[in-house]
Design a protein around this ligand. Structure first.
Ligand SMILES: C[S@@+](CC[C@H](N)C(=O)[O-])C[C@H]1O[C@@H](n2cnc3c(N)ncnc32)[C@H](O)[C@@H]1O
Length: 219
């Protein structure tokens, strides 16, 4: 276990504008899911919403969205993208600023792999379970860094002091400094274990590009 926790909010603050420039388009597995959702009992909560690209799609489909993120700069970009009246909250996936059973659906794309402590990743999944209304569904995805080809393409390297699954992935902004992002290697089996052990039912799991994706239901 690395001794010094990485401040991932500060990491994303430092690359927010350049990151936004490369993440304009929503991922199709998310848009497909959003399109298939029926009327929701509550808002669609986007945990680690980043620049709001998926909140924007939800809004276009008439859903009320709430975005949560640690990066204040990405939240500001999300507000610009989705509109000033949208509900975007500074907050942590491990302690969501959302009432119990209040969410009709939850999206957690490429976020729990940024949480360094195993207990924190479990807490984040427990929070998804807590805020989801009974019968609600969620999408949880992680970067497939258990695949050596993905590791090579990302130029990921093991973090000093980590256990081999703690990785640093460089972000090279054009003309700017290189910034390392903390990423945890999470296999599809480990992802399913965390989800099931925190009380969620895995309805389907698959790979979408370089991502492991799970569709889960709250019982
Ligand atoms: C790779 S980006 C993905 C953003 C967005 N989900 C998307 O698909 O475009 C990861 C996001 O998760 C946020 N994040 C990381 N750890 C978080 C945590 N513990 N709580 C809330 N947000 C977090 C980062 O600030 C960043 O915006």
């Amino acid at each position: 276990m690395p001794r010094t926790p990485v401040d991932i909010g500060a990491t994303f603050d430092s690359i927010a504008e350049a990151f936004d420039a490369t993440r304009a388009r929503p991922w199709s597995f998310v848009t497909d899911w959003l399109e298939g959702l029926g009327p929701l009992e509550g808002p669609m909560v986007d945990v680690g919403c980043g620049n709001g690209r998926h909140l924007a799609v939800a809004g276009q489909r008439g859903m009320r969205g709430i975005g949560i993120d640690l990066s204040v700069r990405l939240l500001a970009i999300a507000r610009q993208r989705v509109g000033p009246d949208t509900d975007q909250r500074s907050g942590d996936a491990r302690d969501l600023p959302i009432a119990t059973d209040a969410a009709g659906a939850v999206l957690a794309v490429a976020v729990i792999h940024h949480i360094q402590e195993a207990g924190g990743r479990k807490d984040a999944v427990s929070e998804i379970r807590r805020v989801l209304a009974p019968g609600g569904e969620a999408i949880v995805s992680v970067w497939a860094l258990d695949d050596p080809d993905v590791v090579a393409r990302a130029r990921a390297r093991p973090m000093e002091g980590g256990d081999g699954a703690d990785m640093l992935v460089p972000w090279r902004a054009p003309g700017g400094p290189t910034v390392d992002r903390y990423l945890r290697v999470i296999s599809p089996g480990e992802l399913a274990d965390i989800l099931v052990n925190r009380g969620l039912e895995v309805a389907r799991s698959w790979d979408a590009g370089a991502n492991h994706v799970a569709l889960v239901h709250a019982p």
